[in-house]
Design a protein around this ligand. Structure first.
Ligand code: HEM
Ligand SMILES: *[C@@H]1O[C@H](CO)[C@@H](O)[C@H](O)[C@H]1NC(C)=O
Ligand SMILES: *[C@@H]1O[C@H](CO)[C@@H](O)[C@H](O)[C@H]1NC(C)=O
Ligand SMILES: *[C@@H]1O[C@H](CO)[C@@H](O)[C@H](O)[C@H]1NC(C)=O
Length: 436
């Protein structure tokens, strides 16, 4: 039984099912949101009731060491240490849970995010395979990638099978790294996509509610998420929101801190992300209004207790978090972008993109969102990979295998390729493609 089936049998995903929602009509978002908000309250209480887990606090099992081998050691950039857009991976490298160099193999990364943050092996395993295939080297003896910029120097990566130097996460614009991130700037607006922008952090900090359980803190972040989305539309003529890096990955920056950076206690067995903990994980010091950012200095706070080991943050849990915002603002679930000037945001026609297999009006039903995103990743991969690997078929295999294990048992509508010509009206898509 897959995790999805398990959730379905608990009625968790089916709480988001067929008749529960009015038809999503992207042309009529406002009506939708209004009628949604009436059903939403009742939906939410249903989801919450069903997602109420038996969680208890076990300080011994949840304590994360920040001493001895795991004491903070600042990165040495002159020596080639890599740090990048993911604050959690940066912190792992600073605390010896990943190699200090910031270049690591995929099994070590999967294990580290599971051990330190209780990220599910399904989610961590997929994210690590994905990062390795697109931004590292899946064909080296110890496949892995750089959590920061392009490198071969500390090489576990080697050049075998690769056509060039792998980009690392920092150089992965539109395949991993996306516009409209919470604290990182849009590549074509700020000139880099991996450094924290202090004004954006300040906005996030202000939006973070206090004295409530972490899942409720996440839900309260919707206006901030929308403000960031609107800001990309208003400021970035090249704003592009792709299927994987946008629809699936960019919600991570909003959902993951509450889900996996929150501190746990008897009082808050579900976690509570207080502002000092939040600052520490984002390499921020100083007082609100006068924050200082030290790039790459992300720290796990002392006396920090992770998410319960028995309640890892899995793919289904993440999809649920994505849908919680998506049902309230359907723009967040659809591929789209500006068409060359600001304020021209246009969504793609999902029917045309998927050759009629998926339809925006049924995207929040059943497993459709997961079915769509993972199949699109698989469909788009060969095209991306021809510029990265000499043997595309071989490079593709681990990703295809992993995706089929995720899709197994979801009863997905079968995608027969996608029509990527739907993307060409977005200069942000063409621009990032041209880099490769
Ligand atoms: C193998 C596991 C992981 C990989 C490969 C990964 C990779 C990434 C990448 C590529 C980004 C940039 C995305 C973008 O531009 O929007 C990112 C952002 C982020 N990640 Fe991770 N990540 C992983 C695990 C985690 C975990 C476990 C957490 C939390 C404990 C986390 C928290 C975040 C946050 C908060 C951001 C947003 C940064 C910002 O813009 O403010 N990630 N991650
Ligand atoms: C692929 O995904 C599964 C879960 O679906 C995971 O357990 C496994 O470790 C992943 N494979 C690799 C090579 O990481
Ligand atoms: C973002 O833009 C949408 C659509 O124009 C609007 O409904 C919403 O109020 C805006 N939200 C924020 C937080 O700026
Ligand atoms: C986390 O909560 C515990 C109580 O379980 C508390 O002792 C500790 O100081 C908190 N840690 C942080 C980093 O706030």
């Amino acid at each position: 039984m897959t995790i999805f089936q398990l959730l379905l049998s608990f009625g968790l995903l089916s709480a988001l099912n067929v008749d529960a929602f009015p038809q999503l009509n992207p042309n009529n978002v406002e009506d939708m949101v209004t009628s949604m908000s009436e059903k939403r309250d009742c939906q939410y209480s249903a989801i919450k009731k069903q997602s109420k887990r038996q969680i208890s606090f076990d300080p011994g099992a949840q304590y994360v060491s920040t001493t001895g081998n795991h004491a903070f050691v600042a990165p040495n950039f002159l020596a080639g240490d890599q740090r990048g857009p993911c604050p959690s991976l940066n912190a792992l490298a600073n605390h010896g849970y990943l190699p200090h160099s910031g270049v690591a193999d995929l099994l070590t990364i999967t294990k580290a995010v599971n051990t330190v943050y209780s990220m599910g092996l399904d989610l961590g395993g997929f994210l690590a395979v994905y990062g390795t295939v697109f931004d590292g080297n899946i064909l080296s003896l110890t496949p892995g990638y750089s959590i920061g910029g392009a490198t071969l120097s500390q090489s576990i990566l080697g050049l075998g099978g690769l056509l060039g130097t792998p980009t690392g996460l920092s150089g992965s614009h539109n395949n991993y790294e996306a516009d409209t991130s919470p604290t990182r700037g849009d590549l074509y607006t700020t000139g880099n996509d991996y450094l924290l922008q202090v004004p954006q952090f300040q906005q996030y900090y202000d939006a973070l509610t206090e004295n409530m359980a972490a899942p409720d803190q996440y839900e309260a972040l919707l206006p901030f998420r929308q403000a960031r989305f609107n800001n990309s539309i208003e400021m970035n003529p090249y704003f592009f929101y792709p299927q994987f890096a946008g629809v699936l990955a960019s919600p991570a920056g909003f959902a993951f801190p509450a889900a996996m950076m929150a501190n746990h206690s008897k009082e808050y067995p579900d976690g509570y992300l207080d502002k000092e903990t939040f600052k520490s994980f984002f390499a921020i010091s100083g007082d609100s209004g006068a924050f200082t950012y030290k790039a790459g200095w992300e720290k796990i706070p002392d006396n920090w207790y992770k998410r319960p080991v028995a309640d890892p943050y899995t793919i289904p849990g993440f999809v649920l978090d994505i849908l919680k915002f998506g049902i309230q603002d359907p723009r967040l679930l659809s591929v789209g972008g500006n068409t060359g000037t600001t304020n021209t945001f246009t969504g793609v026609d999902l029917g045309a993109l998927t050759k009629g297999v998926f339809d925006a009006s049924t995207l929040t039903q059943g497993n459709n969102l997961a079915c769509l995103v993972f199949q699109v990743v698989e469909a788009e991969a060969p095209d991306f990979l021809t510029s990265l690997y000499s043997d595309v078929t071989k490079a593709l295999q681990p990703l295809t295998q992993n995706i089929s294990s995720i899709l197994d048992g979801l009863s997905c509508p079968q995608l027969n390729g996608i029509d990527t010509s739907q993307y060409t009206k977005f200069p942000g898509y063409n621009k990032a493609k041209a880099i490769r």
